[in-house]
Design a binder for this molecule. Structure first.
Ligand code: ACO
Length: 325
């Protein structure tokens, strides 16, 4: 087992709620279509607040809940596909905002698998005895990447941030197994924020235009329903446990139907696959820590449980971590 203890969880959500009916006022869609195809009823949309600001709120809460001072942090990792800028990294902005002067900080870009990739990275860094306290945050303001005239993507996504404060000690908590994969040959199935290279020099315009979200929804759906059960099985094999021994499966919240299909393929009760997609939509790298924070707050995730985290999305990326909480 690789030592990894979650000291605290926290989240930050924009105040603005946007229901399916609100969206039906600005595009040709309906509450009925969105609910039956995805399970989403409403999402949060950030007004004026960017990704680093939401992540900073999470970081501040994590320090308070974990009873740590900012200078006790050694590393901050932010998983995001909607950073405020190419550089500085969102994690660097957070590090500066909370004055974590002893921490180094960087972002991970693995779309909806970002939190799992970041957790795996943190686990490896925590093997270095000089690194004691690590923050992993998944944060997204996806609303800025959406084409609000494209109903096929606009109804799916939401904004938010959430994270965990981690340490490695002898408490008995840790990573039992994992499975991480990338399918780069399918990278064009889900893209956002693409910048074109210059077509000519000198350039005609000084402005670069970033492209909005584009997704082959059906292909990504098939990828997820095919690959997530396999990833869960490989991670359980790596952990030397049977899938039935996992107490809770915290899957990336992309579509309630994907989660139902994974539970069915694994022949496991749906009750082991909690969801909150109905309230937040797909928040990419934030979705798994957002769900974890809710369950911890409700007392539904407790010490000693075996929890599987599984993400899938742009890249295409896939990742599962089995944690003894
Ligand atoms: N409202 C009303 N009708 C719509 C809407 C909408 N918002 N969007 C599409 N439709 C219509 C389509 O035009 C189509 O009409 P047609 O049959 O007349 O052509 C019909 O509804 C069915 O469309 P499909 O795309 O076939 O619907 P599907 O059942 O595949 O559901 C969805 C689409 C929800 C996107 C699904 O494919 C899905 O969840 N895919 C997975 C997405 C995912 O998991 N992403 C994860 C990664 S995200 C990340 O990494 C950031």
């Amino acid at each position: 087992m690789e030592k990894l203890k979650v000291i605290a969880t926290a989240s930050a959500l924009p105040a603005q709620r946007v229901t399916n009916d609100d969206l039906a006022l600005i595009m040709e869609t309906s509450d009925e279509w969105i609910k039956t195809r995805t399970g989403i009823k409403e999402r949060r949309i950030s007004l004026a607040e960017n990704t680093a600001q939401l992540c900073t709120k999470v970081a501040t809460k994590l320090l308070a809940k974990g009873k740590l001072t900012a200078d006790q942090l050694d590393l901050i990792i932010v998983a995001t596909m909607s950073p405020d800028s190419n550089t500085p990294a969102t994690a660097a902005i957070v590090q500066g905002n909370i004055q974590a002067t002893n921490a180094f900080a960087f972002d991970i870009s693995a779309a909806c698998s970002g939190f799992v990739y970041a957790l795996k990275t943190a686990t490896n860094f925590l093997k270095d005895e000089k690194i004691k306290n690590v923050m992993v945050i998944g944060g997204e303001v996806l609303s800025k990447l959406i084409d609000w005239n494209d109903r096929t993507t606009a109804v799916l996504f939401g904004d938010g941030a959430a994270g965990v404060l981690l340490t490695a000690n002898d408490s008995g908590s840790g990573v039992l197994g994992s499975d991480i994969k990338t399918f780069g040959e399918s990278c064009e199935k889900l893209t956002a924020g693409t910048d074109q290279a210059l077509a000519e020099f000198p350039p005609q315009s000084s402005k670069t235009l970033r492209s909005a979200f584009k997704m082959d929804g059906r292909e990504v759906y098939n990828f997820a329903t095919r690959q997530v059960p396999e990833s869960l099985k490989r991670a359980c094999f790596d952990a030397r446990i049977k899938p039935e021994q996992v107490d809770l499966f915290l899957l990336h919240q992309a579509n309630a139907r994907i989660i139902q299909s994974v539970a069915k393929k694994m022949d496991l009760p749906l009750a082991k696959f909690p969801t909150n997609i109905e309230r937040y939509g797909n928040t990419s790298a934030a979705s798994i820590p957002l769900l974890l924070d809710e369950l911890v707050t409700q007392g539904l995730v407790v010490r000693g449980q075996i929890i599987a985290f599984s993400g899938f999305g742009g890249g295409l990326t896939l990742g599962t971590i089995i944690l003894k909480y």
